[in-house]
Structures are given as structure tokens and as C-alpha cells.
Design a protein around this ligand. Structure first.
Ligand code: UDP
Ligand code: MG
Length: 241
């Protein structure tokens, strides 16, 4: 399929994902090899105490160091800086960001790539809130928080993107570099700010519907403080953009 000759760097931030990492790695390789895509997987482990890094080292032996690149960090420094760290080491012209907990299915990656090639856009974002996208396995509270955050942002900032809090996306590397430099927020609001800033800078964004399935193994890191952080970030962007 992929005659473009482009290389794609997939950033996988991990914190306590030892059960999920072998499966997600297998699936990524499976789907991308099938579509003849040139790629590397960059695993950024945040000093997981559960031995995720040891698992990653085993995977590197199996799949080869050209496919699996390890860029671990000493301790849990959070998602935002994990992306910055990963981008620095990425050798692709495009970067795909996804969670390692199997909530994001690797089968969507070739769809993102195809979409980008069709439209020539700068960003492709997975969306749970358009077309046949959806969310599975979340309780009512978490659905309400996610819907509420998206709804409020749509009203206040009119970004023209249907899923602002998702984190399964493809970016042109140069675009992503500029966006992370200009984004001020931390935590979940960061995903939303990226889309708002992208619009501000005039980058083009396309969407691909995805199914988000809640993690089976391990624990989510969303807490009450993240909700407050999101509300603050949203108001800040409303006031300044
Ligand atoms: N993660 C990370 N460092 C952190 C917190 C999370 O690398 O400090 C990773 C985590 O392993 C997963 C992704 O970021 O691959 C998303 O985290 P999580 O699934 O906990 O968030 P949720 O899906 O609940 O929003
Ligand atoms: Mg998750």
C-alpha cells in the first residue's frame, strides 16, 4: 500500500504496562507490516516499577532494534514530557502517538496514514465522537466527564474537531514539534490545547473514527485533580486565544 517512502515513528509511553506491551507491539507490527509501512516503535518507559522496561528489552530482541527503540526515563515524569522526549529521538517524518494500554487499536494506524496521504493534511486525529467511533467499557461518570469536556470546549473554543481529549493521533513531525513547544498546559488538557493551537496556526486536521476500549490490565491514571486541571486549562485558553 505505502508507496510514499515516508517513515512513521510510533511513540508508546508506558507506565506499568507489562501485560499490555507485548500485545500492542505484536499488533502494531502485524498491521504495519501487512500494509508495507516503514516504521519504528519508540517505547518511552517512565521508570515503571512493574518491570515494563525488562519486557520492552525482550521485545527489542524479538523484533529487532531497528523496529523497537527504547528511550526510558529514570522516573515517572508524565505524558507531556514523554512525548517531547520521544520526538527528540524519532527519525520518521510523521509521528503517531497512542496509548500502550490497548485502548487504541493498532488497526487504525494504516487508516490514519491513508487519510493523510489522501488529503495531505498535517494532523489526523482519531475520533470517538463522529461516524462509527465510540467508547466501550467506561462507567457513566467517566463518559460524562469526557463528553462534558468535549462539549464545553466545542462551545467555548469552536475548534472544529470532534474529539479533543483523545490521544490517538498522527502528526507531521515538524508540526508536532512546533505544537509541543507552544503548548503550556499539563495533563489531559494538553491533548485539547494541541488541537486548539493547531487551528490557531492554520494547520489542517482530518479525522478517522475509532473505537476506544477501556483498559483490561493495569490502572488508569485519571483522577479528580485532572478534571479540575482541564477546567482551568479550558478557561485559560478561552481567555487567551
Ligand atoms: N503513561 C505514562 N506516564 C505516566 C502516565 C501514563 O507513560 O505518567 C502512559 C500509560 O502507560 C498509557 C498512556 O500513558 O500508555 C495513557 O495513560 P492511561 O491509560 O493511564 O490514561 P487513560 O487511558 O486512563 O486516560
Ligand atoms: Mg488508558
Amino acid at each position: 500500500m505505502d508507496a510514499s517512502g515516508e517513515k512513521y515513528s510510533i511513540l508508546l509511553p508506558t507506565y506499568n504496562e507489562k501485560e499490555n506491551l507485548p500485545i500492542i507491539t505484536y499488533l502494531i507490527c502485524q498491521y504495519l507490516n501487512e500494509s508495507d509501512i516503514n516504521y519504528e516503535i519508540i517505547i518511552i518507559d517512565d521508570g515503571s516499577p512493574d518491570g515494563t522496561l525488562e519486557v520492552a528489552k525482550q521485545l527489542q530482541k524479538i523484533y529487532g532494534s531497528d523496529k523497537i527503540v527504547l528511550r526510558p526515563r529514570e522516573k515517572k515524569l508524565g505524558l507531556g514530557t514523554a512525548y517531547i522526549h520521544g520526538i527528540k529521538h524519532a527519525t520518521g517524518t510523521f509521528i503517531i502517538i497512542m496509548d500502550a494500554d490497548l485502548s487504541h487499536h493498532p488497526k487504525a494506524i494504516p487508516q490514519f496514514i491513508r487519510k493523510q496521504q489522501e488529503t495531505g493534511c498535517d494532523i489526523v486525529t482519531g475520533t470517538r465522537y463522529a461516524g462509527d467511533g465510540g467508547v466501550y467499557g467506561w462507567d457513566f461518570k467517566r463518559k460524562l466527564i469526557s463528553r462534558g469536556a468535549n462539549f464545553l470546549t466545542q462551545i467555548l473554543l469552536r475548534p472544529g474537531v470532534s474529539d479533543l481529549t483523545g490521544s490517538f493521533r498522527l502528526y507531521r513531525k515538524k508540526v508536532l514539534e512546533r505544537l509541543v513547544q507552544s503548548c503550556v498546559s499539563k495533563g489531559y488538557v494538553f491533548q485539547m490545547e494541541m488541537m486548539v493551537r493547531a487551528r490557531q496556526f492554520g494547520y489542517t486536521i482530518d479525522e478517522v473514527p475509532i473505537s476506544f476500549v477501556d483498559r483490561v490490565y493495569g490502572e488508569s491514571k485519571l483522577g479528580g485533580s485532572e478534571v479540575i486541571g482541564f477546567a482551568k486549562g479550558l478557561l485559560y485558553l478561552f481567555a487567551t486565544t
